[in-house]
Structure formats: structure tokens, C-alpha cells
Design a protein around this ligand. Structure first.
Ligand code: DP6
Length: 331
């Protein structure tokens, strides 16, 4: 390489899975045991600048204004190794990353973080890769990050190799007027993170049954999105979330992510639906409840959630766009 210093900035949104990723065929490559589908969350975003430098002695990471040295830096540096190998680079990088959603909201940032890091690092390193390949590279940093690279509603194929486990958009953000209304019931950092959780999924006797039905649920969910069929969507999305949490609760050791308010909200959502609102719930590896609803019902759901006991905050996110380069400089 010459003495160039290459820099690029990308933004990316977190995503909410409707059919969940839980458990890997291969932990190192992050090849999941089942395919999944999600929606990017507009308004919540990570912005990341990567600058490769000949004279840097090591990778550095500034995350939300803090100089990181421990596990966060190690994970980013390991991901930069994957990108260095792909682009044939030996340079180190300085990474500056910030989320516009505070850490304490319980919204997972690994998807948007690794999507933005991948897209910025590849552009800054002069790589001109297809979106499909970017999704496979992002996956190596965090599985769900593969789904934050394409736009709108996104399907991640489990595949059976690095190249075949990729994500693609199945519909643009404006295809369906749904909104994620997020009831935040805890701002605490989760006790057991997803990476550890994936590794324990197989210790549950229920994981095999969850995985056996995953392809069929994925098909029903994608069809429901494409047909804008909320009733069929609600049924399969809640079932898939319940199945994942049943696996979590029956893993060894068991993982209980729910708080009392979590269950109360789930029951309330089902009552609202019985009363005619188009709303359903899904939960990730934490106690906050994502209430997906049709846009016309969002205000009513939001004000209903705000007055429930245990609800600390309510966030709203419509479908979001892809990971994007917003600045690219070559000196
Ligand atoms: C429950 O993608 O965060 O949110 O690959 O170890 O980074 P790593 O895990 P991650 O797992 C996401 C789990 C989930 C379900 C989902 O988003 O599909």
C-alpha cells in the first residue's frame, strides 16, 4: 500500500426480528441454525467512521465518546481482522462510533454497530463489494448485523457456508405501514448477552422443535409481510417469540429475560388485539416489549403503554433504510 489514509463514515439502523435467530451451526462463522426475517428501525442509528492508517500501531475504538480498551475493542479488532483478510490490508484502523439511542434503553446495538463498521471499513479500505457480500462480512461481527445492511424488511438465509449465509431485502421500508412501538421496562444491560445465549441454545430440549418449525414460520411470516396480512403476521410473530423464550427458559443454565411488566404488557397487547387494534408483541434477549402495529393504531398503542405500570419509556420506529456511506475521504 502507499502512504494513503483512507476514511469513510457509515450509518446503520438496528433491526427487529420477526422470526428470530437463536443458536448457531457454526459459532466462529456465525452460521445460524435457522433463517430469520426482520425490519430495520428508522430513527435509531449508529454512525461509525473508520480510518485506516499506515502509521497506526494498533486498532483503536472510541464508542459513544469513551476510549475502549477491553472486550469491546477486542471484538471490533477481531472483526477488522476479517475485513483486513478480505481486502488484503495490513494497516490498523481507528474507529469512532456513536449511537443516537442511549445504551440504557435496552435496544441492542450490535446489529447496527457491526453493519456500520463493516460498510465503513470496506469503503475506507477501497473495497467495492456487493451488498450480498457486505451482509456476509457483517454477519461475522454479529449475526443480526447481516440484516441491518439491506433496506426495509430483510431475510437472512441460514446457508451452510460463509458465502451462502447472506441477507437480502424482501420489501422496501414504505412497502408496509407498520411501526415498532417499544415499551422500555428496564434500561439495565442484560445479564447474559446474545453471543453466550446462542451457545447455550442447544442445551434446551425444546431447541430442536423450535428449529424444526422455523422454515415454515419464516414462509408464513414473509408471505404475511408481502400480502400485508396483519392477522397471519401477528400469530406467527408472537409464536416465534414465545418459542425462542421457551428455549431460553429451558436452557442449562436457564435464561429468564422477562420481568413482571413484560408479561403484563404481552397480555395487554393480546387484549388490545381482541378489541380490534392491529398490534402484536415480540421480545429479544431482554425484558422490553416490541409492540408491532399498523401505523394508524400506533398513537393509541403508545399512549396505552405509557400508563402501564413498569413502563419507563416508549420509543417508536417505522421501517428503516439500508446501511449507508455518508462520507468518504481519500487523502
Ligand atoms: C434475540 O446477533 O446479537 O435478538 O451473533 O452473537 O452478535 P451475535 O448475536 P445477535 O443475536 C440476536 C438475537 C435476537 C434475535 C434476532 O435478532 O434474530
Amino acid at each position: 500500500m502507499t502512504n494513503k489514509q483512507n476514511r469513510a463514515t457509515a450509518i446503520s439502523h438496528p433491526n427487529l426480528a420477526f422470526i428470530k435467530y437463536w443458536g448457531n451451526q457454526d459459532d466462529r462463522l456465525r452460521l445460524p441454525v435457522n433463517s430469520s426475517v426482520s425490519m430495520n428501525l428508522h430513527g435509531l442509528q449508529t454512525q461509525t467512521t473508520v480510518e485506516w492508517g499506515e502509521n497506526l500501531e494498533g486498532d483503536t475504538l472510541i464508542l459513544n465518546g469513551n476510549y475502549e480498551t477491553g472486550r469491546a475493542l477486542e471484538r471490533v479488532s477481531a472483526h477488522l481482522d476479517v475485513i483486513r483478510e478480505r481486502l488484503n490490508l495490513t494497516m490498523r484502523a481507528s474507529v469512532l462510533s456513536a449511537n443516537n439511542f442511549p445504551m440504557g434503553t435496552g435496544i441492542a446495538s450490535s446489529a447496527s454497530s457491526f453493519a456500520a463498521l463493516t460498510v465503513a471499513a470496506v469503503a475506507a479500505g477501497g473495497g467495492n463489494l456487493t451488498e450480498r457480500e457486505l451482509t456476509t462480512l457483517a454477519r461475522r461481527g454479529s449475526g443480526s448485523a447481516s440484516r441491518s445492511v439491506p433496506s426495509g424488511f430483510v431475510r437472512w438465509y441460514k446457508g451452510d457456508s460463509h458465502e451462502t449465509s447472506y441477507a437480502e431485502s424482501i420489501a422496501a421500508p414504505d412497502y408496509w405501514d407498520v411501526v415498532d412501538v417499544i415499551a422500555v421496562v428496564s434500561g439495565q444491560h442484560k445479564a447474559v448477552g446474545s453471543t453466550e445465549g446462542h451457545q447455550s441454545a442447544n442445551t434446551s430440549d425444546l431447541q430442536a422443535a423450535r428449529v424444526a418449525g422455523a422454515d415454515e414460520r419464516l414462509r408464513v411470516c414473509c408471505d404475511a409481510i408481502l400480502a400485508r396480512d396483519f392477522a397471519s403476521f401477528a400469530e406467527v410473530v408472537e409464536m416465534d417469540s414465545n418459542l425462542m423464550h421457551a428455549v431460553m427458559m429451558t436452557s442449562r443454565p436457564p435464561l429468564f429475560y422477562w420481568l413482571p411488566a413484560t408479561l403484563a404488557i404481552m397480555e395487554q397487547v393480546r387484549r388490545w388485539r381482541a378489541d380490534g387494534l392491529q398490534v402484536c408483541y415480540t421480545l429479544d434477549a431482554g425484558p422490553n416489549v416490541h409492540c408491532i402495529c399498523i401505523r394508524k393504531d400506533a398513537e393509541q398503542v403508545k399512549s396505552g403503554l405509557k400508563v402501564l405500570s413498569g413502563v419507563l419509556n416508549v420509543l417508536t420506529a417505522p421501517p428503516g433504510g439500508p446501511a449507508n456511506i455518508i462520507e468518504h475521504a481519500t487523502e
